[in-house]
Design a protein around this ligand. Structure first.
Ligand SMILES: C[S@@+](CC[C@H](N)C(=O)[O-])C[C@H]1O[C@@H](n2cnc3c(N)ncnc32)[C@H](O)[C@@H]1O
Length: 280
C-alpha cells in the first residue's frame, strides 16, 4: 500500500460524495438562508478579502459549491471565477446575479485550470478542512495569485479540540467534524491546524501570514460540545438558532462575533479565518 493511499482514499471519497446531483440539491437547499448566523459569519469572512482588494478585482472561489461566496462577491462588483469538482454543484449557480461577472469552471483545487498569477484574490470556505494534505491546496492557490494578492481561507483550530478534550469527552459524530482520523475513514475526516503550522505552510508557499482569528464562537465549538455532551449540544444549537431570530439577541450575537470572538484565543472557537498575502 502506498503511503498516500489514505490520502487518496479521502480525496476519492470526498469527490464522489460531492459530485452527485442529489447532494447538490440538498446542499443548495440548506445553504441559501440569509437569516441565520452562518450567513452573518459568511459576510464577515468575505469582508476579510474585499477590504484588501480593489473594486472589480479578479477573484477565485475555490471549491465554490453552489456559489454562496461566488454570488456574494459578484454582487459586490468583483469579477469572480468559481471552480468546483462537481458539475452538479456548479449547475445550481445562477451566474447572472451581477454586477460583477461570474465564470464557472469544473476543476480540481489540487491542480487548478488557470495560469500562474491570474487573480488578485482567492477565497475558499468549507473545503480546506476536508483534506489532511490541505497545504497542497494553499500552494496551488498561491500559484494562481498575483504578487501582493490576498488569499482568505477557513480552517479548524487544533487548540479548540485540545481544550475540549480537557473539558470532557467530545462526541465527534454529533459534532460533525473529526480531525483525529489518520489516513482511512475518509467520511469522518476534517483537518485542524495551528498558527505555527499555518506559518510554515505560508512560508513554503511564498505567502505572508497576515491574520489568523477565530470565526464563530456560538455554534460549531468543540469546547461547548464537550461541556454539554452530545444531546445537550444539539438542543443548545437549536436554542442559539431560535435566540438569533430575536432582533435584540441577533444584534448582541453579531456584535459578539464581530468584536469579541475575533479577539479570543484560538482555543475558544473551532472555526478560524486566515488571511495570507502573496510575496513579491
Ligand atoms: C462543503 S462544500 C463548500 C462549498 C462552498 N465553498 C460553500 O462555502 O458553500 C465543499 C465543496 O468542495 C468541492 N470539492 C471537493 N473536492 C474538490 C476538489 N478536489 N476540487 C474542487 N472542488 C472540490 C465539493 O464539490 C463541494 O462543492
Amino acid at each position: 500500500m502506498s503511503p498516500n493511499a489514505g490520502l487518496d482514499a479521502v480525496k476519492h471519497y470526498k469527490s464522489a460524495a460531492w459530485t452527485s446531483t442529489e447532494r447538490a440539491q440538498i446542499y443548495d437547499r440548506t445553504t441559501n438562508s440569509t437569516s441565520d448566523l452562518t450567513h452573518f459569519l459568511t459576510t464577515e469572512f468575505i469582508g476579510l478579502l474585499t477590504q484588501r482588494i480593489a473594486p472589480g478585482s479578479a477573484v477565485l472561489d475555490l471549491g465554490c459549491g453552489t456559489g454562496v461566496l461566488t454570488k456574494a462577491l459578484a454582487a459586490l462588483g468583483h469579477d469572480v471565477t468559481g471552480v468546483d469538482i462537481s458539475q452538479a454543484m456548479l449547475d445550481k449557480i445562477d451566474a447572472h446575479v451581477g454586477p460583477g461577472r461570474i465564470t464557472l469552471r469544473q476543476g480540481d483545487v489540487y491542480a487548478l485550470p488557470f495560469a500562474d498569477a491570474s487573480f488578485e484574490g482567492v477565497i475558499t470556505r468549507w473545503v480546506i478542512p476536508h483534506f489532511r494534505d490541505w497545504p497542497l491546496i494553499v500552494r496551488e492557490a498561491a500559484r494562481v495569485l498575483r504578487p501582493g494578492g490576498t488569499l482568505v481561507i477557513d480552517h479548524t483550530s487544533r487548540a479548540n479540540y485540545a481544550l475540549a478534550a480537557r473539558e470532557g469527552a467530545l462526541d465527534h459524530a454529533s459534532f460533525g467534524y473529526d480531525p483525529r482520523v489518520r489516513g482511512g475513514e475518509p467520511g469522518g475526516f476534517y483537518a485542524a491546524t495551528t498558527v505555527d503550522e499555518l506559518q510554515l505552510v505560508a512560508d513554503t508557499a511564498g505567502l505572508d501570514l497576515l491574520d489568523v482569528a477565530p470565526l464563530g464562537f456560538f455554534r460549531q465549538n468543540a469546547v461547548i460540545a464537550a461541556v454539554l455532551g452530545a444531546e445537550g449540544f444539539q438542543s443548545y444549537k437549536k436554542a442559539v438558532d431560535a435566540f438569533y431570530q430575536d432582533p435584540g439577541a441577533r444584534a448582541f450575537i453579531q456584535w459578539f462575533e464581530r468584536h469579541v470572538t475575533r479577539a479570543l484565543p484560538l482555543d475558544m472557537a473551532n472555526g478560524m479565518a486566515v488571511v495570507l498575502r502573496k510575496r513579491g
